[in-house]
Design a protein around this ligand. Structure first.
Ligand SMILES: [Zn+2]
Ligand SMILES: [Zn+2]
Length: 287
């Protein structure tokens, strides 16, 4: 069983991450428009109607803005925990969405992928990050967290790939013209990870098994992609993890497509997702 990951969009203007294997395709968050999701899925050869689940991390708009239209158009099963669903359910935009409610901390299955949601500290109702397993391959997707708790560290250990936010550079945030309350919110325990904090977390949880990291949710005003990359690369090299590939993510285009194991036939992704039959979604979650 292989696995493909592509960060279709990332940043405060919208987040959406594709995770798929030979028979199951999943989105984590749908924070950009339905059209953008469809266009970027097309770039990696994925038909939107073949997506078997959208898992929402929390109720901030940059994580679900495109969900209502994507849901109505394709009828894709949507997953969220009770806290997030309660908040989103109050908005007319989300009326009519049938939610599959998962319990934070309890793994559930979407097709052949095993998704495990875990709690992260962030200024929203019940924010989560996810690990996703495809056979023996395990990835972590963790954006929007103020601090790396022991739980976060435990969940991100032994991953083959980690999508982690490198939101801001601490000096650039301090010297930006943002208001003090906003600066405090972003840098606080329920805000966002700085480059330095993300680098420390990766140095702690990284191991021989870690092959790649996507640097996500990079602030356009208070960070520079090169700065984020350099900070993480330096920290990983110091602890003997110089082998880890670093990939940037973008608000306005899809990232590189990560695939493991790598069996590249020239010009063609190893998993021809277009041609696969859509399997019935198996869910162990309540509805
Ligand atoms: Zn966000
Ligand atoms: Zn957020």
């Amino acid at each position: 069983m292989g696995l493909q990951v592509c960060v279709l969009a990332s940043g405060s203007s919208g987040n959406c991450i594709y995770v798929g294997n030979e028979d199951t395709r999943l989105l984590i968050d749908a924070g950009v428009s339905c059209k953008i999701i469809c266009d970027r899925l097309a770039e990696i050869g994925v038909v939107p109607s073949s997506v078997q689940g959208v898992c929402i991390t929390h109720e901030h708009t940059d994580h679900h803005a495109g969900l209502p239209v994507f849901y109505r158009k394709f009828g894709v099963p949507v997953f969220g925990n009770a806290g997030t669903v309660e908040v989103l359910g109050r908005s007319a935009k989300h009326s009519g969405i049938h939610w599959n409610i998962f319990t934070t901390g309890q793994p559930f299955r979407v097709g052949s992928l095993v998704v495990e949601p875990f709690l992260i500290p962030h200024d929203s109702f019940e924010p989560v990050a996810f690990t996703v397993r495809s056979g023996d391959i395990r990835i972590g997707v963790c954006t929007d967290l103020g601090v790396a708790t022991d739980l976060v560290k435990a969940r991100l250990r032994h991953c083959d790939l980690i999508v982690l936010e490198t939101n801001h550079d601490e000096d650039l945030l301090l010297s930006s013209d943002r208001s003090w309350p906003l600066k405090q919110r972003i840098a606080g325990h329920k805000g966002h990870l700085s480059n330095r904090k993300a680098a420390a977390l990766l140095s702690d949880v990284g191991c021989e098994r870690l092959k790649a990291v996507f640097l996500a949710h990079v602030s356009q005003d208070c960070n520079r992609p090169q700065l984020a990359e350099d900070t993480v690369r330096t920290a990983l090299s110091r602890v003997g993890l110089g082998h880890v590939d670093l990939h940037l993510t973008y608000p306005d285009r899809a990232s590189a497509l990560w695939q493991y194991p790598v069996v590249v036939e020239s010009g063609k992704p190893p998993i021809a997702v277009d041609d696969l039959q859509v399997d019935k979604v198996l869910m162990d979650v309540g509805t």
